[in-house]
Ligand binder design. Structure first.
Ligand code: ASP
Ligand code: MG
Length: 401
C-alpha cells in the first residue's frame, strides 16, 4: 500500500478497448489500497497528426501556438480515461498539466519542469480520488501552455513520482520491458529483470526507445523507484534502479543508432589549435558532435573526423567549407551510410577483455570498424550501415547476453 504513479503511453490508450484495459489496471491497483496517480500520453499517432495538421496551415508556426495545439492530444486521453474509470464505478478526476501544477520554463516545445505545485493534486488524493494527469505539458510563468518535447510524458510521470515521493513509478508501454537488444532484430534478445540508471541512460541515448532520456536522468537524480511494464500482457517488467545486484552478465545490452553521419576534415596542418578551431565553429552552430577521431600527423598533415546527427550534417559541412581557408584544410568529406553500434554494461568497468570480445566478433564477421569510442560503461563503434543488423547479432552472440 502506498502511492503509485502509473504512466501509459500512446499505444496503451490508442482505442476504446485499450482505454478500458488501462482503466482495469488502474482500478486494480486502487483496489489494493493504493493512492493512484495516472499519467497518460496522447492516443496513438495523435501528436504526429497534430503536427501534420499544423504544417498544412503554416509551414513555420510559432512554438507557442504549437504547444497550444499539441497539448490537446493529452487532454483527450485524460478525459476519456477518467470517463472509463468513472463507468467502472470508481472516484476519479482528470487534470491538465497546469491543473496538476507543472510549472516549466518558457522553452516552448522542449520545456523543462521547474517545479510541481502539487497542493490541488494532493487534495484530490486525500478525497480518495484516482487522479489522471495529462503528460507532456505544463505552463510557464506567463501562464502560457508549454510542452516537454517528444516522448515527454515519461518525464512528467517521473517528475510527479519524485515530487509526491511516490513508492513506485510504473511506466506501462507496448513492450514488456528493457531488452538486451532490439528483439525485432536480434531474435535471441532477452528481457532484463533489472538495469541500473546509468546503463538505462546510455541505452536510452543510444536509441533504445523504451524510455525518454530525461525521465531516466530525473529518476536517477531523485532516486525514483521505476519499472517498465507491459500494458498488454500481465507479466513482470524491468526494474530501473540505482545499484543492481552483481551478476554474471558483463554487458546489459547492444544498441544501434542510425541517426549518425561521419564528417572528415582532410589535410589539416599538423600543429596545435586545429581541433580547437574546428570544434569551436561547430559548437557555435550547436552541432552535436559525438565520436571524434584524429589521425596521427604524417608529412605535416592530419585528418580530423567526427560524427553528428544526420539532420545536422549539411549545416556542419557548410560551416566547415566556409572556413576551409582559415583551417588550412584540403577538403571536407562525409558519409551517411554509417551506424553506431554500442555495448553497454556497468560490468565492463571491472572486467578486462570486453572490448577485445566485441572487436573479435566484428572481425570474425569481416565487419570493418571506422571509429571507436568508449566511456566507463559503454563501447561504441562506427560501421557501415548495411552491416549493422549483423553486427548487433554477432556481438550479442559473443557475449551470450
Ligand atoms: N504525445 C507526446 C509525443 O508523442 C508525448 C509522449 O508521448 O510522451 O511525443
Ligand atoms: Mg508517445
Amino acid at each position: 500500500m502506498g502511492l503509485i504513479v502509473q504512466k501509459f503511453g500512446g499505444t496503451s490508450v490508442a482505442n476504446t478497448e485499450r482505454i478500458f484495459n488501462v482503466a482495469r489496471i488502474v482500478t486494480q491497483t486502487y483496489d489494493k489500497g493504493n493512492n493512484v496517480v495516472v499519467v497518460v500520453s496522447a492516443q496513438g499517432d495523435t501528436t504526429d497528426d497534430l503536427i501534420e495538421k499544423a504544417a498544412q496551415i503554416n509551414k513555420n508556426p510559432s512554438k507557442r501556438e504549437m504547444d497550444v495545439l499539441l497539448s490537446t492530444g493529452e487532454q483527450i486521453s485524460i478525459s476519456l480515461l477518467a470517463m472509463a474509470i468513472e463507468s467502472l464505478g470508481y472516484p476519479v478526476v482528470s487534470m491538465t498539466g497546469w491543473q496538476a501544477g507543472f510549472l516549466t520554463d518558457s522553452n516552448h516545445m522542449s520545456s523543462r519542469i521547474r517545479k510541481i505545485k502539487d497542493e490541488r493534486l494532493l487534495k484530490e488524493l486525500d478525497k480518495k480520488n484516482i487522479v489522471v494527469v495529462a503528460g507532456f505539458q505544463g505552463i510557464n510563468r506567463y501562464e502560457d501552455i508549454t510542452t516537454l518535447g517528444r516522448g515527454g510524458s515519461d518525464t512528467s510521470a517521473v517528475a510527479l513520482a519524485a515530487a509526491l515521493k511516490a513508492d513506485l513509478c510504473q511506466i506501462y508501454t507496448d513492450v514488456d520491458g528493457v531488452y538486451t537488444a532490439d528483439p525485432r532484430i536480434v531474435k535471441t534478445a532477452k528481457k532484463l529483470e533489472e538495469i541500473s540508471f546509468d546503463e538505462m541512460l546510455e541505452l536510452a541515448s543510444l536509441g533504445a526507445q523504451v524510455l525518454h532520456n530525461r525521465s531516466v536522468e530525473m529518476a536517477k537524480k531523485y532516486n525514483v523507484n521505476m519499472e517498465v511494464v507491459s500494458s498488454l500482457e500481465d507479466k513482470p517488467g524491468t526494474k530501473v534502479k540505482e545499484a543492481v545486484k552483481m551478476e554474471k552478465m558483463l554487458i546489459k545490452g547492444v544498441a544501434r543508432d542510425n541517426d549518425v553521419c561521419r564528417i572528415a576534415v582532410v589535410g589539416l596542418p599538423d600543429k596545435p589549435g586545429i581541433a580547437f578551431k574546428i570544434f569551436t565553429l561547430l559548437a557555435k552552430e550547436k552541432i552535436n558532435v559525438d565520436i571524434i577521431l584524429q589521425s596521427i600527423g604524417r608529412e605535416g598533415t592530419k585528418d580530423i573526423s567526427f560524427t553528428c546527427p544526420c539532420g545536422q550534417k549539411d549545416r556542419a559541412i557548410e560551416v566547415l567549407n566556409n572556413s576551409l581557408d582559415s583551417l588550412e584544410a584540403q577538403k571536407i568529406e562525409s558519409d551517411d551510410n554509417v551506424s553506431k553500434v554500442s555495448i553497454v554494461g556497468a560490468g565492463m568497468q571491472s572486467n578486462p577483455g570486453v572490448a577485445a570480445t566485441m572487436f573479435e566478433a566484428l572481425y570474425d564477421s569481416r565487419i570493418n570498424i571506422q571509429m571507436i569510442s568508449t566511456s566507463e560503461i559503454k563501447i561504441s563503434v562506427l560501421i557501415e550501415r548495411k552491416d549493422s543488423e549483423r553486427a548487433l547479432q554477432v556481438i550479442h552472440d559473443a557475449f551470450q547476453v
